[in-house]
Write a new protein. Structure first.
Length: 112
């Protein structure tokens, strides 16, 4: 059985991050456009790089994004989009509702 830790501050920060990346007003993305331009690297590297590069804008600290575990990662065959699911942890303990999903196009652009 996994131990889970309730962290309202971290959960709130991650919820903010999800809202911003998903297209909330502070990170509004027009239909048909992308969150980022093309990038080199694996989808996981691209996702983590985006979080690190934008943590200040997203209201996150380095500690908020220091410990993610990949809970799932797969590529959709019909369009080549890789779906990366990250579970936030603090001290190795999973944060309840600390989930993050990023969808990366084959050329490294973040879809959402």
């Amino acid at each position: 059985m996994k131990r889970r830790l309730r962290l309202s501050t971290a959960t709130t920060a991650l919820a903010l991050l999800l809202a911003l990346v998903a297209g909330a007003p502070a990170a509004a993305v027009a239909s048909g456009s992308f969150v980022t331009g093309p990038a080199a690297g694996t989808p996981l590297e691209i996702a983590l790089g985006y979080l690190d590069a934008n943590r200040g804008e997203l209201g996150l600290t380095a500690g908020d994004i220091a410990d993610f575990a990949v809970s799932d990662e797969y590529t959709t065959q019909h369009n080549g989009v890789t779906h990366v699911y990250l579970q936030q942890r603090l001290g190795g303990i999973e944060v309840v509702n600390g989930l993050f999903n990023v969808n990366v196009m084959p050329d490294g652009r973040i879809l959402n």
